[in-house]
Design a protein around this ligand. Sequence first.
Ligand SMILES: [Zn+2]
Length: 275
Amino acid sequence: MRYPKDLAVWEYAPGRRLAQIVLRLKNVKGALAQVSNAVSESDINMLSGFDSASSASSVGVWSFFADITDSRHDLETLRRKLLALPVVIGVEILLADDGFMVDKHHFPVRLSNRRALILRTDAINEMVSHMWSVFGSGAATIIDQMAEAIGRFTAEELIEDFGKEFVVSTLEEVLQTYTAQGFAEIEVVRGEDPESMTVHAKNLFECEANALSKLRRKSLFFRGHLRGFMSTIFHADFEVTEVQCVAEGDEACSFAVARVESVVPRVAASSEARD
Ligand SMILES: [Zn+2]
């Protein structure tokens, strides 16, 4: 069972008083419990938000929208009450009286400590469709090359962060980053040799859109990305073939991933033979 991960850009509750409460906390056991108790005691309804508390950091952030219409404290009293808790390092409270509030308090957006941009799948699919209408089948090459470059870049970052040996030894878990980032629900089935595998990608964003639009195109972006990713991890050429696709009526998309056997060119081979 997988659960959606919602990133709230705004909160909209007509007729209600909203606030955004941002807390910097000591990254210790029970910190969230202490703070949420104090907020609840003030009759504040906690809405969407996020918390970030990496195991490597001594400080965490908990930030959330809140409905403060029925709050029994004014905001300054609440701020002082929260600041008085030993686990709280800092408190900021922003107010919106008209029931609409955009999260303008957090910048930059980061994915696991690296700057990111939240881009909706509809926007990417629209961009790809537009490229098809301008460049025709040439769009496939552009998207494929672009995706491969991003896949290579992503793999290089992972190697930089964790080291190649670690990435190779935990590859099945590493490939779940595609799930974590919203590409698709990934399942990896290893092949007989350690460098071949089948990657099942359920609800893959681009093929789902293709199935709906009846254009019946297989994956371009994910396939290119995965090829660039695997080629960089193993420092070898890989081929990725989509063997099943929802846009062609299959239940889910599946990709066969295999290392391309290096073929010694005939001229070079015969020249070596002469030596
Ligand atoms: Zn597909």
